[in-house]
Design a protein around this ligand. Sequence first.
Ligand code: HEM
Ligand code: NAG
Ligand code: NAG
Length: 510
Amino acid sequence: MALLLVSSILLPLLGVWYLYKSTRPKASHVPLVEFEEGDNSPARYETDTVTVLLGKGYKEYTKKDLPFRIQNPFDPKQPLIVLPFKYLDEVKWAPTSRFSFYDFIDKLGSMTQLGIPLLSHEGAMSARIGLNKALGSKIALMQEACVGTFEKLMPDCTDWTEVAMPYIVIMQVFANMSAWVFVGEEIGSRESEWQKLTLGYVHKVNATLDKVRARYPASLLWLAKYLDSDVKSMAKDRQVAGELLREPLEARLAASKDQLKSERGSRHFEDGVQWLADIYMDKGETLTPDMVQQKLVTLVFASIHSTSSAALTILLDLIAHPEAAEEIRQEVDRVRSANSGPWTRQTLGELRLLDSFMRESARFHAFAQVLSLQRIAQVPWTFSDGFSIPAGATIAFLGYHQGHDPDFHPDPETFDPKRHLRKREAYDGDSQHFRFTSVTDDLLHFGSGVHACPGRFFAQESLKLIMVHLLTNYDFKVAEKDEKVPKMVVRNLVLKANMALPVLFKERKA
Ligand code: HEM
Ligand SMILES: *[C@@H]1O[C@H](CO)[C@@H](O)[C@H](O)[C@H]1NC(C)=O
Ligand SMILES: *[C@@H]1O[C@H](CO)[C@@H](O)[C@H](O)[C@H]1NC(C)=O
């Protein structure tokens, strides 16, 4: 009898319940936003997610302080929940054990599965403390690397000359600037192995990641690091990078010991290898060349595409606003003639119109961060007002749409180069506020809180040096035939400057 009850009634019930559980979307209490007309194909998501789908969610939910959900392109089994800004404080200061940024990056790039080193607390610290403290002493070197690399790579532009992919030039310029800063002169400067290796590695990852993922079923992707020649070749590059770092690391560890002994000895080295050595010596832990390589390669990774695509975005905005470009040239001339010698943080800081222009470019295009503060919930979490989300959910805020919301930024569809300069002057003369690097609740291009981009000051000075070089040496424009080609391209959740748009340059007579 009991057996009959179990098999005929309980088991089917259990089955139905299980089926219901596994097919019911997690976070089904959060409204799902889809395309209205019924076309929810992948192709539609690719072209219309940012403008149509998220535009609708922003209007119908975010503006009413409500969360909503969309199909999660990174992990279809988990919800992607877009939060209204009232939760910003609760998310930005949350510990990684609750809402993890690293877990999000890991899933985005299948990093752990492919054996690619992840961003880490120590890597972020070396930028947040070491890099930011030393930045002032690095500007002259960065300028030398910037000017030297442009001079090497730009064609002769006596007359209007096309550069088919300015992105590639900018990327090499920035890679050179960052190599000097992160790995020091012994291996970072000039035509070094390190530069070739890191640039090649960044290209390799970009070119092969999607291909590798398409080759293996998701559940077997972890095998790729043993079987796949592309994945193994990335590992080989990292191993070579580790070998290049061995001597520099030994030199820094030895110098630091001498310095401790002499107490007031001045520092021999000031670069990424040294900053990591500082962190590990403080913790009393051993640092190996392979660990240095892992941390530095991730920093290279976090910085090259983000800064180069920001630079291209700003360049295309300067082309679209030639009057502003001219006014910035005058600003540069004014600051240059009042100060001799190479640029410094102080003199770069006096380029306030350029700074405001760069911040406006970030507001207008969000620098590819349509979704901001993306995190994965590590535990089920209930917000202070009772709203709850399941563990595994991805959360994010709509930074791009916020940038175009008249309640945050009046007249948002006007690209106004002086918008932030006026705010800055009105605030209290020459404030630290409303700068390119200022993290505020109404502009999230550098994230916010615990993980706010620690490289943003370095990015700012690099971008200014790049823009100053281009503005003072060239006139630039887009060819007439290309005027209709979109300057920005959108694909799924990413909105980026169009790398395939050629730019024409012509040398300016001094
Ligand atoms: C214009 C260029 C850049 C943009 C737009 C940018 C943007 C961002 C954003 C949005 C985040 C995530 C913040 C969050 O979710 O709260 C981030 C994190 C990070 N960025 Fe940048 N970034 C740029 C340049 C750089 C550079 C040059 C470096 C190199 C030093 C860098 C290193 C990092 C690191 C290490 C993190 C992780 C921070 C952590 O682990 O706490 N970024 N960046
Ligand atoms: C990096 O910059 C230096 C100094 O301007 C230059 O000599 C070198 O050729 C550059 N390296 C590369 C790979 O462009
Ligand atoms: C990254 O890869 C894509 C697709 O393979 C390619 O179209 C794009 O040009 C690459 N980007 C860079 C900067 O090489």
